[in-house]
Design a binder for this molecule. Structure first.
Ligand code: NAP
Length: 344
């Protein structure tokens, strides 16, 4: 490709924005030409993200006042919930967008109000967005102009449950027990995410109230409208910085062999370069810093446990956003993303 496509990142000073900047350095077809921030506007991106020192000559402008959107080929929104739609409402309709926040994932405004609190700033734009769980929505993503990138817990859970639900293998309630590292809460420390209170701690949070529940149910029903809909989803905060580990407990319609289960998943993920079916348990360490999704199984008669490990900031955010961009732009979905990360 002769000329690189121009990419903007709104929220480039945050963790998601930082990962977009890092990963896009390895992308052959794009260059980041616009970076925005709020409190950190006016600072160079490599001062905010010191691991990128010398790799970018770019200064963050204030998100609210930039008028440079029109010069871009695609914009990533890596902003807090409720800020994304405010910016989206100002964008030229022709601009391709991948939104990392939760505002455009839900088709039901009542679910949005319940799980995100209060009114949506621009719900009329939601219909323009395709839910971008790449492996299970590949065709729709390829045709999309705007993508609502899935949440990190939702990504792990849906990749673990999708093939079984789609194939009609599940009976009764599914239970998902998921853990996240501290970077899932973003760059600004709060009492609950501050290192002294976070390190060496382990706790459950948002019982029956996590905002990713409705997007998980929404896609599972899209995959199989006959699915019974029972889901108990519990999140935990684990003493690590990166990673999501989801254990998904399923009762099968009938006893199956491990070979049968694995072949359902292998078929569902044929042609999915980032999905790796592993023996036994996956490990967040094996996917850290990468876009890979490791999935393992445990099985006894009709009781199946699907284990999923991802990096919340990569496959759970910036990596999947770039994977979706690749499909939207007509490039191979793995472009710029095949690096395996660091282990240990
Ligand atoms: N962290 C994850 O693992 C993860 C995974 C999936 C999805 N997400 C979603 O991705 C989005 C970004 O998450 P993050 O973890 O990168 O958050 P973050 O580290 O807190 O970064 C937020 C970014 O938004 C900017 N910002 C904050 N308030 C703003 C305002 N009022 N107007 C304009 N810009 C504002 C910040 O700029 P300043 O710092 O300059 O103020 C920063 O660049 C969120 O919607 C989050 O839910 C995060």
């Amino acid at each position: 490709m002769s000329e690189k496509r121009k990419i903007g990142i709104a929220g480039a000073s945050g963790y998601g924005g930082g990962e977009l900047l890092r990963l896009l350095l390895g992308h052959p077809y794009v260059e980041v030409t616009l970076a925005t921030a709020h409190r950190q506007a006016g600072q160079r991106v490599d001062a905010i993200h010191p691991h990128l020192r010398g790799l970018y000559d770019l200064t963050c402008v204030e998100t609210a006042v930039t008028d440079a959107w029109g010069a871009l080929d695609l914009l990533f929104l890596a902003l807090p919930h409720k800020e994304s739609p405010r910016v989206a409402a100002e964008l030229p309709p022709s601009l391709r967008v991948v939104d990392l926040a939760g505002d455009f994932r839900l088709r039901d405004p009542q679910q949005y109000a319940r799980f995100y609190g209060g009114e949506h700033p621009a719900f009329e734009l939601q219909k323009d967005f395709v839910y971008g769980l790449t492996e299970l929505q590949r065709d729709a993503v390829g045709k999309a102009h705007r993508i609502a990138n899935p949440g990190c817990f939702a990504t792990a859970t849906l990749l673990g449950l999708g093939p079984a639900v789609q194939a009609g293998l599940v009976q009764g309630k599914i239970i998902v027990d998921a853990k996240t590292g501290s970077s899932g809460s973003g760059a600004n420390a709060t009492a609950g995410t501050h290192h002294p209170t976070r390190d060496a701690s382990f706790l459950a949070y948002k019982a029956f109230a996590h905002q990713h529940v409705p997007e998980i149910k929404q896609l599972l029903f899209d995959l199989n409208p006959q699915w019974e809909g029972g889901l108990v989803f519990q999140t935990h905060s684990a003493p690590m910085v990166r990673g999501i580990f989801a254990s998904c407990y399923i009762t099968l319609q009938k006893p199956m062999s491990m070979q049968e289960v694995r072949s359902v998943y292998a078929e569902a993920y044929a042609g999915s370069p980032f999905i790796r079916l592993v023996e036994g348990s996956p490990n967040v360490l094996w996917v850290r810093g990468s876009n890979f999704v490791d999935i393992g199984f445990a099985l006894e008669d009709d009781q199946l446990i699907v284990f999923v490990a991802i990096d919340n900031l990569v496959k759970g955010a910036a990596g999947q956003a770039i994977q979706n961009m690749n499909l939207m732009m007509g490039w191979p979905e793995e472009t710029g993303l095949l690096s395996p990360g660091a282990c240990p």
